[in-house]
Design a protein. Structure first.
Length: 448
């Protein structure tokens, strides 16, 4: 087992990894930018190193600085968290070439799955259904127009690299397709240094269902159940839950088995997530793999009783999974809300600044993952998430009631947050009935 690990991330996920390392008896090293110099969680690490200014490219995305800190700190492994360099195969390769283990999948699997067009080829080889679309990147607009005519509008333009909704446009006709191609390529180039885009059929009001995977170096690949992440705004998730409501048992089994098959075909190990869209007839289609830990991993932890960060570390250290698929027993229902420093009443305008008051909920079945507290200054430089509120109860009905109560208890002063919108979601009858899809928030809540 590792004796000393560096966490190449910040905020809530850095604290999450620090806590698990402490419980495992592993020394942990934190890194921080100038913007995070006074972050309270840094005091919980055994060592902490400043790696640069606030801007991400000169700190949390600077591979040379992170490796230098790791070598000075004499660590044996690096945990990348999520975001930043977590899905960067070059970073994984550099870590391992420096004799520092990267706590994540092999570079080869990351390369196969990191590019969405290549990932679709892996899915097809594994017999996993994909959304109809282009076989590879679109390099010619005439080719795109022809293919869109064959697929049928509306079509979705998607960046081949990266995620998070960047480089993504919906086109309903030839004119919007040509305009969307230009915009998507420019946005993809700026975000991922790769302007490649591809087309796929745009599914009307689909559900977003993903499968948590966990595999070791010895060929054991398991799924830990599915999560529904349909409650989104502009492709950014706000609420996630497991099990997915109103999903037929045969579809649930087929999606989970497909995810395992795809991961095995790609030669994947460690933790990862396979994402699907599910249409109104409950046909499902592969869209991408997140070759890292997901923000919403706590809901899976709650129903399985497994610490996914601990298993990431153990797998990277060479441990074999001691359980089989039949040993995984998902108990109850869990829901997560992302508490973001944004103002929903002002088109989700970011709301950085000092938190002057902070009272978080508690009680049976309530978990809060956060690095924030009263007096903490939310920087404008990074992702706006300040907390994750997770509940776990025997049934979805009870989980919703628990979340309503917890959201009422959660008070944050000094900045605006998404809590008011989240309270409206959990009061909406369609959400309570499990009638969710990726357009839910725009259709039901944003026009009011």
């Amino acid at each position: 087992m590792f004796q000393r690990i560096l966490v190449a991330n910040r905020g809530e996920i850095a604290l999450r990894v620090i806590r698990t390392c402490k419980e495992m008896g592993i020394e942990v090293v934190a890194v921080y930018s100038e913007a995070d110099r006074d972050a309270p969680y840094l005091s919980l690490a055994d060592d902490a190193f400043c790696i640069g200014p606030a801007v991400s490219r000169d700190s949390y995305l600077d591979i040379k600085r992170i490796i230098a800190a790791a070598e000075v700190a004499d660590v044996q492994a690096i945990h990348p968290g999520f975001g930043f360099l977590s899905e960067n195969p070059h970073f994984a390769e550099v870590c391992r070439s420096c004799k520092i283990e990267f706590i994540g999948p092999p570079e080869a699997a990351m390369l196969k799955l990191g590019n969405k067009t290549e990932a679709r080829e892996v899915a097809r080889a594994a017999g996993v259904p994909c959304v109809p679309g282009s076989p590879g990147p679109i390099t010619d607009d005439k080719e795109a127009l022809k293919l869109a005519g064959e697929i049928g509008y509306p079509v979705l333009i998607k960046a081949a690299a990266g995620g998070g909704g960047k480089g993504m446009r919906v086109a309903h006709n030839d004119i919007s397709l040509q305009t969307g191609l230009q915009q998507a390529r420019a946005e993809a180039q700026a975000a991922f240094k790769d302007s490649s885009v591809y087309l796929e059929k745009y599914l009307e009001q689909p559900r977003h269902v993903e499968v948590q995977l966990l595999g070791d170096h010895y060929g054991n690949m398991l799924h830990l159940g599915e999560r529904d992440c349909s409650m989104q705004r502009r492709h950014q998730k706000l609420v996630e839950e497991t099990p997915a409501p109103a999903l037929r048992p045969d579809v649930r089994q087929a999606i989970c088995e497909s995810a395992v098959r795809l991961a095995q075909t790609a030669g994947y190990n460690n933790a990862g997530t396979c994402e699907f869209l599910v249409d109104k007839q409950q046909n499902f289609y592969f869209i991408e793999v997140n070759a890292r830990l997901q923000v919403e991993h706590p809901v899976t932890e709650q129903v399985t009783g497994l610490d996914l960060v601990k298993w990431q570390i153990r797998i990277a250290a060479g441990d074999r999974l001691p359980f089989q698929q039949d040993d995984i027993r998902n108990q109850g229902a869990s829901i997560e809300c992302r508490i973001n420093a944004e103002d929903p009443a002002a088109n989700f305008r970011p709301s950085p600044g000092r938190i002057t008051g902070w009272r978080q909920p508690g009680g049976r079945g309530v978990r809060v993952d956060t690095h924030a507290c009263a007096g903490y200054n939310v920087p404008p430089t990074y992702d706006s998430m300040v907390a994750k509120l997770i509940v776990h109860q025997p049934t979805r009905v009870e989980a919703i009631a628990c979340m309503r109560r917890a959201l009422e208890e959660f008070h944050v002063e000094g900045i605006k947050t998404t809590i008011p919108l989240l309270r409206r979601i959990f009061e909406h009858s369609s959400f309570v009935d499990g009638q969710v899809d990726t357009t839910f928030i725009e259709r039901h809540l944003m026009s009011k």
